[in-house]
Design a protein around this ligand. Structure first.
Ligand code: ZN
Length: 396
């Protein structure tokens, strides 16, 4: 007894959160709004990324200019050093020639001779002073120039390290730019995927609205009687012969003009099983002439968020009833030759949306959704790939 009470308690406890977390159409709309916001945010991120890329590129270009400027300064300083060296040589020569001028005769006495051949004491002092000052002046000048050369060399070193750091900054900016470009690729992929999510979200919401769900209905139950969710289409017969495709030369009585066919015709022996082209719900299944289609089945599908309708005509037998949920493996009927038909074959129409799918103005080319082989060729399974379906003998 005790355990039973506990079990009931546990069941109640476990059931409550499930009811609380039930998803409604309103929730779906909120999710849709969140996706729209995420899309806007993503676009803002993309804008930021593009701005940063632009700025980084501009800075890289700027640094090219700064490097060129630095190299120019180094070149100028090297030129200056060359000039200073030339000047030093000149001054050296000047000192030497001054000394030579004063040392016209032999030995160490030349300077003394020059000094002592002074005509007066004043002349003597003058000669001594001039000699001394000239040589000191040139020596100072040469020292000053050596100092300038050392300064220039130091400046060149500084400029070289400045150039190095500019180049490494540029390298850093280039790798930053590379990262930004990688990020941009990811961002645009994320943007695409959000866009797809938005599209899917839209059609799912539309599906529940079309199913009569209202804002606060639990979507798990309000669309219970609706279509199962599929992902793709398959060929309706295991094997067959393409008697005519959408683009076949289909001659109508009036004028015999070349017109597109409403669907495709697949030749196969009477009694061949006909499968639904995908998961769906049977909305029509009747024996009779049915406007030329003969014994006819219509199935509605919900594939990747989009509604479709498929129609199967000229059947010899019907294996389903209205309201049946079918899969791509359900045998819904058998190939026959009923209605306006001249030989055993399946006529297949495909329509985008939920409709009767009987008129040429509703139908779409099944070959755009199901990979059929070219006209007048056979196939032997429901999936293998064929190229060349779109041969158009009408020459459009
Ligand atoms: Zn046909």
């Amino acid at each position: 007894m005790k355990y039973k009470k506990l079990l009931v308690f546990l069941l109640v406890v476990l059931l409550i959160p499930i009811n609380v977390s039930a998803k409604t159409l309103g929730d779906l709309k909120n999710e849709y709004n969140a996706l729209e916001q995420a899309y806007k945010d993503k676009q803002a991120e993309i804008d930021n990324n593009q701005n940063e890329q632009r700025n980084t590129n501009a800075r890289i270009d700027e640094i090219y200019g700064e490097i060129a400027q630095t190299e120019k300064e180094i070149e100028d300083l090297n030129k200056k050093i060359m000039e200073l060296k030339l000047e030093i040589e000149e001054k050296d020569d000047q000192i030497k020639s001054v000394m030579k001028y004063y040392q016209v005769s032999n030995g160490e006495s030349e300077l003394l001779e020059y000094l002592f051949s002074a005509k007066s004491i004043t002349d003597f002092i003058y000669r001594a002073t001039v000699t001394e000052q000239m040589s000191r002046y040139n020596t100072n000048l040469i020292e000053e120039m050596h100092r300038l050369i050392e300064e220039s060399k130091k400046a060149i070193n500084d400029l070289h390290s400045k150039e190095e750091s500019l180049k490494s900054l540029q390298d850093e900016l280039r790798s930053k730019l590379y990262m930004l470009q990688m990020e941009a690729v990811n961002l645009s992929e994320e943007e695409d995927s959000i866009e797809k999510d938005i599209e899917a979200s839209k059609s799912i919401i539309q599906f529940y609205i079309d199913s009569g769900c209202s804002e606060d209905d639990d979507i798990a139950t309000c669309a219970n009687e609706q279509l199962p969710y599929g992902t793709r289409f398959w060929r309706p017969l295991q094997s067959g012969y393409m008697t005519s495709t959408w683009y076949s030369d289909y001659l109508y009585d009036y004028g015999g003009e070349c017109r597109s066919h409403a669907g495709v015709d697949i030749g196969a022996p009477t009694g061949t099983p006909v499968y639904s082209i995908s998961d769906g719900k049977v909305v029509f299944a009747e024996y009779g002439y049915n406007g030329g289609y003969g014994n006819k089945i219509v199935v509605q599908h919900y594939i990747n968020g989009q509604n479709y309708t498929s129609l199967y005509g000229h059947l010899s037998g019907i294996n389903v009833s209205v309201g049946d949920i079918v899969t791509k493996d359900s045998v819904i009927g058998w190939v026959g030759n009923t209605g306006n038909s001249y030989g055993s074959h399946l006529h297949l129409n495909l329509c985008v949306g939920l409709n009767s799918c009987i008129s040429r103005w509703q139908t779409t080319d099944p070959g755009a959704y199901i990979n059929f082989p070219p006209n007048h060729t056979s196939y032997y399974d429901r999936t293998s790939y064929y190229a060349g379906y779109y041969s158009n003998p009408c020459g459009w």
